[in-house]
Design a protein around this ligand. Structure first.
Ligand code: GLN
Length: 292
């Protein structure tokens, strides 16, 4: 039973911090209290003695109990920000990570046609596709996912943000319309099945379909690299997120499959996080380009 005196913001937050484990208990508690009260996080510092209605306090206590048992904050809020876009999230797919914003930056740094046609494979919430749509309205952006709930989520995020993308239900390339893209971009599952991280922290609550890819974590990356050129224009790019220790292996896979201009780039933490490569330009079209 919560006593009257404990219904100030500060008292509720202190009780929550004592219960929540993890890296950022105070931040987590503030986000949850902000969610149930509609008050801003800064107001908790400016006005710690502010009273919280009992019903809201009870909702908060229930959310704190779920957080203390490990539920990711993003699932409890139903929302996660990515590229400054508020995205709805659900347990059917991965919670967008800040490191994946590096892929968006890399895509925006490429020289692509003004009306480039882009495909985000395994889009989940739609994060990458929607971030690109927010930056480049002249691009035609497609997104695919194998999971029905993820397809619906990506479509709902597209509608609520007013950012048009075309979402197709497809296992990688299986159901895609005949199209030649200028850029294929993906944050596929890439964690090895036996990785101990899978039993720690937020990933315990995320679906393994979004995380795990065979014994070495490279099953889906292998497929995307071996089939990708069939869906690209000459000179088109494939840009893949991968694990911090998979850069060498991913570059080798690209090289073996005949890709050009292979380059690994780092995330905000300084770890190898993505590799990009280009479909070769045939001699014939290179000659035509020179002749122009
Ligand atoms: N980077 C994520 C993690 O380690 C994994 C994302 C993925 O598999 N695509 O939690």
């Amino acid at each position: 039973m919560i006593s009257e005196s404990s219904l100030t913001c500060e008292a509720l937050l202190n009780e929550a911090v004592a219960l929540i484990k993890g890296d950022s208990p105070r931040l987590d508690a503030e986000l949850l209290l902000s969610h149930v009260t509609g008050l801003s996080r800064t107001s908790f510092r400016a006005w710690p003695e502010r009273q919280v209605a009992e019903e809201q306090a009870q909702q908060f206590v229930a959310l704190v109990a779920e957080r203390a048992s490990g539920q990711p904050v993003a699932y409890l809020l139903g929302q996660q920000e990515f590229w400054s876009l508020p995205l709805s999230v659900s347990a059917s797919t991965l919670i967008p990570r800040p490191d994946t914003e590096c892929l968006v930056e890399a895509a925006l740094s490429l020289e692509l046609p003004e009306h480039a046609v882009i495909l985000d494979l395994g889009t989940g919430t739609g994060a990458i596709a929607l971030a690109l749509a927010s930056e480049q309205p002249s691009w035609q952006i497609w997104a695919s996912d194998r999971i029905t709930d993820a397809v619906e989520l990506a479509r709902a995020n597209s509608a609520s943000l007013g950012l048009p993308i075309t979402v197709v239900q497809s296992h990688w390339f299986d159901q895609l319309p005949e199209a030649q893209f200028d850029l294929l971009i993906s944050n596929p599952p890439y964690i090895p099945a036996s990785d101990h991280h899978l039993s720690e922290g937020d990933v315990r609550f995320e679906p393994s379909s979004a995380l795990v890819a065979g014994d070495d974590g490279l099953d889906d990356i292998r497929l995307l690299i071996s089939q990708g050129q069939n869906w690209l224009n000459e000179g088109g790019w494939l840009l893949l997120e991968h694990g911090y220790d998979q850069g060498d292996a991913v570059r080798d896979l690209f090289a073996q499959a005949g890709w050009h201009t292979i380059e690994t780039r780092k995330d905000y933490g300084g770890n190898d996080r993505m590799t990009l490569a280009r479909k070769p330009i045939s001699d014939e079209s290179a000659r035509q380009t020179h002749a122009q």
